[in-house]
Design a protein. Structure first.
Ligand SMILES: [Zn+2]
Ligand SMILES: [Zn+2]
Length: 311
């Protein structure tokens, strides 16, 4: 887990300082593992859909980016989905490793060794779809150190009714006492024509440059948000009267926004009317908050958590 409590609020990073939003998917499969399309077709699909970055994260082995072509302003992140054994009792682990350079025999390695090896290679490693995997955070994840964060949404796991892992996210932050960033991913296996698990879950990241290093560093710092549709334009937090925190959220038209606190939470709505700005006065003494924006059609966006103790 990151050696820090505060994450970066992407909405205070200004266009004037050269920051831009990039849209990407960090979890996808090709015929190099159990995906239905070639690695190049997978890349072409995301390019054509207007994405800015992609990781073809095949099971167990790296799909090397030098075997792929893409436009200059599109970023390929080299990685793999790694499956170490789970010695703690749960099912075999699913970790998405980004910016790794060499294959490893992860299936034969304990999970901590896999995490350590990824970090030794300068990479970043994330807990994938814990809800689908039946991962119990206390049993299977808390014994590990060095994971960057959690995949809060996974499109292909939604096909099995277990696409969202937000409660696992809350559990993990509660049990570890640390704030963790999240990713929204497709985990695409199908061909685009099946419209099954492509282009439905993504992560927006706030960066100054399009390099794989800058993107992954920003994701680890929390400078982004996950979405299946809604856009978040701004989140600003101010300390209010009596140790309360006042928050303003600006987003694409929403039917409700949840403010999920470290303990309990609250919700904003306008009685069924759509709105684009919400204001919250949060309970005094809360330690952190994250926001879930719900669009009229049920699509959702998840902000990263904000540290309230630093305000
Ligand atoms: Zn998986
Ligand atoms: Zn996968």
């Amino acid at each position: 887990m990151p050696e820090k409590n505060g994450l970066v609020n992407p909405f205070v990073l200004s266009d004037d300082d050269g920051y831009m939003w990039l849209k990407g998917n960090l979890h996808s499969h090709s015929t190099n593992s159990d995906g239905r399309v070639s690695p190049q077709e997978r890349v072409d699909g995301y390019v054509n859909q207007g994405y800015d970055y992609l990781c073809v994260s095949d099971h167990n082995n790296i799909t090397f980016v030098e075997t792929l072509t893409c436009p200059e302003n599109f970023t390929l992140i080299q990685g793999a989905e790694l499956h170490p054994d789970n010695p703690f009792g749960g099912d075999r682990h699913h970790f998405v490793a980004l910016n790794i350079s060499a294959d490893m025999d992860a299936r034969a390695m304990p999970p901590q060794h896999v995490i350590d090896e990824v970090k030794k290679q300068g990479g970043s490693i994330w807990l994938a779809h814990p809800h689908w995997s039946g991962i119990n955070i206390l049993r299977d994840t808390i014994p590990l150190t060095g994971l960057a964060g959690i995949e809060v949404f996974n499109t292909t796991c939604r096909c099995a009714g277990r696409g969202e892992s937000s409660v696992h996210w809350d559990d993990w932050m509660d049990l570890s006492g640390q704030l963790l960033p999240a990713l929204g991913n497709d985990d695409s296996h199908a061909a685009e024509s099946e419209a099954r698990d492509t282009y439905q879950g993504w992560t927006m990241v706030r960066v100054k440059e399009r390099s794989p290093e800058a993107i992954v560093e920003a994701l680890e710092s929390g400078a982004g948000y996950s979405s299946t549709g809604p856009q978040i334009f701004d989140i600003q937090l101010h300390s209010g009267e009596g140790r309360t925190v006042e928050v303003t959220v600006k987003c694409s038209p929403a039917q409700r926004i949840a403010a999920v606190l470290d303990l309990r939470g609250t919700e904003y709505h306008e009685g069924g009317e759509l709105f684009e700005t919400a204001t919250f006065k949060l309970r005094p003494g809360s330690k952190h908050v994250r926001f879930e924006i719900i669009a009229p059609n049920g699509d959702k966006a998840w902000s990263n958590p904000f540290d309230l103790t630093a305000l």
